[in-house]
Write a protein that binds this ligand. Structure first.
Ligand code: GLC
Length: 437
C-alpha cells in the first residue's frame, strides 16, 4: 500500500510539475512587456476562403467537400496584393504589429511548406505570402505574429470524429492523431525557422475539441510539447491560444475574442483576465474573412473607443481586416484605418506604453497610466461638467486638458478626484484629461 501511495504521489507530482514547469526566459519577459506597450495591432484574415466572399468559415457552413474546396487553390491569384502597402496601411493606422493568418481551419497554408500540398505555391500566384509579409514587416520595423489553426477541416489525421465542426467535408478515413501533432510541429518549425523573428504564435481552434459545457478537450492537444518547441526555436516568441479559457502553462499572453477582458457578449468569453499580457480582437464589420454582403461597418469613434477601453482594461486591441480575393483591402477599411491613425497620431501618447486597470469599469470611459501620468478618457458627453474619478489616492499635482494643455480645476477626496469641465470644450470622440501624480 505504501509503495502504491508513493508511486501514485510520484506520478501525480511528476505530472503536475511537468504541467506547471514553465518559467519564461528573461528575453520572453522583455518581449511580453514590449507586446503590452504596442497596444494596437492589425489582424489579417485572408486566403482562398476569401474567394466565395462569405467569410472564412465557408467550407464548414456550406459543407464543401475537401475535393470541391481544393478547386479554390487553382484560382487564388491575388495579383493586387502588395505586402509593402499592407504594412504601410497598418503603420499609418498607428498599429504596431500584424497578426497574419498562415493557415486557417480550411487547412490552406499561405507559405511554402513541405508538409502539405494545399499551399500557396500550388496556386497560380506561386509566391510565399508569409515570406513577403515577414520581409516587409522586418524592413518597415513592425512586429509579426502568426495565426495558426489547430483545427483542420481537410485532414484525415485531425480528429474530426470527436470535433464539433467540419463534419460535412466528406472525410471518411479516421487517420492518426499523432501524425497530425507531428505535422503541426513540422509546420511550426518551418514558420519559426524560415521567416526571421516572429513576435508570437496565435493559436485557434482548440475549442473544436471541447464539448459544450466542458473544459477538458476530447483529445490531447500536446500543448506542453508544442509550446516548448516554439520557445526552443524562438525564446522571445509569445504564445497565445484562443481557447477561451484560463491560460495554460507555456502561454505568454491571453486573448479575448470580440469582448473586452472578462466580458462575454458573444458566448466565447467569460474567462477572467490573468496576469499575462492581454489582447482582444474585433472585426471592422461583422466578418473576419472577406464577406461581400457585410456592410455593417463600425464607425471610427466606435473603434477608437474600443482601443481606449481595451487599454483601460490593460489589453491590446487587434483590429481585423479581411482583404478581398485579389489582395486589395476594401476602401471602407482603409478609410477607417486612416482616420484611426490620425487620431492616434495626436493622442497615441495616452495609449501606447500605458497600462490599465487603474479604475474599475466606468460607464463614462477609461483611465490609462504611464509613469506618473494618468490619462482620463471621457468617452461620453458630460452634462453637468463634473466627474469623479474613483480610486485615485496618490496626490494629484495638476490636471490639464490633454488637447491644449489648459489647466483643469480638480478636488481631491478620500475616494478619488473630481474634475470640473464647465466651460471646457468636450471632444466628440474622447475628452482626455491628464493628471500628474
Ligand atoms: C474564431 C473563428 C475564426 C477566427 C477567430 C478570430 O475562433 O473560428 O474564424 O479566425 O475567431 O478570433
Amino acid at each position: 500500500m505504501r509503495t502504491f501511495l508513493f508511486v501514485f504521489a510520484f506520478i501525480f507530482i511528476g505530472g503536475l510539475s511537468h504541467a506547471q514547469s514553465y518559467t519564461p526566459t528573461p528575453e520572453n519577459l522583455a518581449s511580453r512587456k514590449q507586446f503590452e506597450d504596442m497596444r494596437f495591432g492589425m489582424f489579417i484574415h485572408w486566403g482562398p476562403f476569401s474567394i466565395p466572399g462569405s467569410g472564412e468559415w465557408v467550407m464548414n457552413e456550406r459543407n464543401i467537400t475537401v475535393k470541391n474546396y481544393t478547386r479554390l487553390e487553382k484560382f487564388f491569384n491575388p495579383i493586387d496584393f502588395d505586402a509593402a502597402q499592407y504594412v504601410r496601411t497598418a503603420k499609418d493606422a498607428g498599429m504596431k504589429y500584424i497578426t497574419l493568418i498562415t493557415r486557417h481551419h480550411d487547412g490552406f497554408s499561405m507559405w511554402d511548406t513541405k508538409y502539405s500540398d494545399f499551399n500557396i505555391m500550388h496556386t497560380p500566384y506561386k509566391k510565399d505570402i508569409v515570406k513577403l509579409m515577414a520581409d516587409e514587416c522586418h524592413k518597415q520595423g513592425i512586429k509579426l505574429v502568426l495565426y495558426y489553426s489547430l483545427l483542420d477541416w481537410r485532414s484525415d489525421d485531425y480528429s474530426y470524429w470527436t470535433g464539433r465542426t467540419g463534419q460535412g467535408t466528406g472525410r471518411t478515413v479516421h487517420g492518426d492523431w499523432n501524425e497530425y501533432i507531428k505535422f503541426m510541429k513540422n509546420q511550426l518549425t518551418e514558420l519559426l525557422t524560415n521567416y526571421g523573428e516572429v513576435e508570437g504564435i496565435w493559436f485557434d481552434g482548440y475549442w473544436d475539441q471541447v464539448k459544450k459545457g466542458e473544459t477538458k478537450p476530447q483529445v490531447d492537444w500536446h500543448t506542453g510539447e508544442i509550446y516548448s518547441l516554439i520557445h526552443k526555436l524562438q525564446p522571445k516568441c509569445l504564445i497565445g491560444d484562443n481557447h477561451h479559457s484560463t491560460p495554460l502553462p507555456g502561454e505568454d499572453f491571453q486573448m479575448f475574442e470580440k469582448d473586452l477582458p472578462g466580458g462575454n457578449t458573444t458566448g466565447f468569453g467569460g474567462a477572467s483576465a490573468s496576469s499575462l499580457p492581454l489582447e482582444t480582437c474585433e472585426t471592422m464589420n461583422n466578418s473576419w474573412g472577406f464577406n461581400i454582403t457585410d456592410t455593417n461597418y463600425k464607425s471610427v469613434p466606435k473603434l477608437i473607443h474600443y482601443i481606449v477601453n481595451a487599454a483601460g482594461y490593460n489589453a491590446n486591441f487587434l483590429l481585423n481586416i479581411g482583404p478581398m480575393p485579389n489582395g486589395e483591402i476594401q476602401q471602407e477599411f482603409t478609410d477607417t484605418l486612416k482616420s484611426i491613425g490620425q487620431w492616434l497620431k495626436v493622442n497615441g501618447e495616452t495609449i501606447y506604453g500605458t497600462r490599465g486597470n487603474v479604475v474599475p469599469k466606468q460607464e463614462w470611459g477609461a483611465v490609462t497610466i504611464k509613469g506618473k501620468t494618468l490619462y482620463v478618457h471621457i468617452l461620453k458627453h458630460l452634462d453637468n461638467g463634473s466627474l469623479l474619478i474613483p480610486n485615485i489616492t496618490p496626490k494629484v499635482l495638476k490636471a490639464i486638458l490633454f488637447s491644449d494643455k489648459r489647466k483643469i480645476k480638480f478636488e481631491q477626496q478620500a475616494n478619488g478626484v473630481t474634475i470640473h469641465l464647465d466651460n471646457i470644450p468636450q471632444d466628440k470622440i474622447d475628452t482626455i484629461v491628464q493628471l500628474e501624480i
